[in-house]
Design a protein around this ligand. Structure first.
Ligand code: ADP
Length: 244
């Protein structure tokens, strides 16, 4: 299995905005099969860490994935190294069908000749991704009329067909119904068996049900790390969240 030895290794990550330290010496190790959640109050630095890993924010320190140093690479080159990201608002092509969205994502980076040659059939990885995200029965439906949750799943599917081996997901269950949250949790667990998954999330119920490990950030630093039960029992975490 080509994904087996992947892991994310962040060391001494540091991000400043005009002298303001948003991320301060953060260490983070996430292995494949570990569904890691990043939590912390607003402004803790969660999004900035994801921005730094994906090449959107200028950072110092080290971010290695599967042995490759990512810091200093362009957004495009980080993506080519197998790193995929979603934002809070799903960005799918609303006028195109589910299948067309996945097909286009699968074709990114390939030559027009390869795309033309593939016109005849649906590639295996596209079929597989459609199955994984549970949208096979909606393959010919326009993405624009999908339910909110289904759009999020489609966006995750687009990362799968792009061969992202590290998925960074920003609040994937925001605005979802209870049933959609359950399905998303199961989906992330399935994906996490084969790929490395990091989720920025506020929803504590979701965390409790699905996180295999949690990193708590506060004012740009790691405050606590462990299982949900461990970080919940940590007095430092309680102080930050409850002000006690
Ligand atoms: P979180 O995602 O945990 O809510 P962020 O990573 O968005 O936190 O922000 C961390 C800190 O960095 C906040 O104090 C925020 O105001 C600041 N920050 C984030 N992006 C910028 C930016 N582009 N310019 C200046 N300050 C920023």
């Amino acid at each position: 299995d080509r994904f087996r030895h992947d892991y994310l290794e962040v060391r001494g990550l540091h991000v400043e905005f005009d002298g303001f330290v948003a991320v301060d010496s953060v260490d983070l190790t996430v292995v494949q099969g570990d569904l890691r959640f990043l939590i912390g109050p607003n402004g803790a630095g969660k999004t900035t860490i994801v921005d730094a890993i994906t090449g959107l924010a200028k950072a110092s320190g080290s971010v290695r994935f599967g042995g490759t140093e990512l810091l200093g690479r362009t957004v495009h080159k980080v993506a080519r190294a197998g790193v995929g990201r979603t934002f809070q608002t799903a960005s799918v092509f609303e006028e195109l069908t589910v299948l067309q969205n996945l097909d286009i994502a699968a074709g990114s980076g390939r030559s027009p000749w390869e795309l033309l040659r593939r016109r005849s059939g649906v590639p295996e990885n596209v079929e597989a991704a459609m199955e994984t995200i549970g949208l096979t029965h909606l393959r010919d439906v326009q993405a624009g009329i999908l339910a909110h949750g289904q759009k999020q799943w489609l966006e995750i599917g687009m990362l799968l067909v792009q061969d992202a081996r590290l998925l960074l997901l920003d609040e994937p269950v925001a605005g979802m119904s209870h049933a959609e949250r359950e399905q998303t949790g199961l989906l992330l667990q399935r994906i996490g068996e084969q790929r490395t998954v990091v989720v920025v999330e506020h929803d504590m119920e979701f965390l409790r049900a699905f996180a295999s490990s949690v990193t708590v950030l506060h004012m740009g630093s790691v405050l606590s790390e462990g299982t949900y039960a461990e970080v919940q029992a940590d007095p430092r975490v309680q102080e930050v969240y409850l002000g006690t």
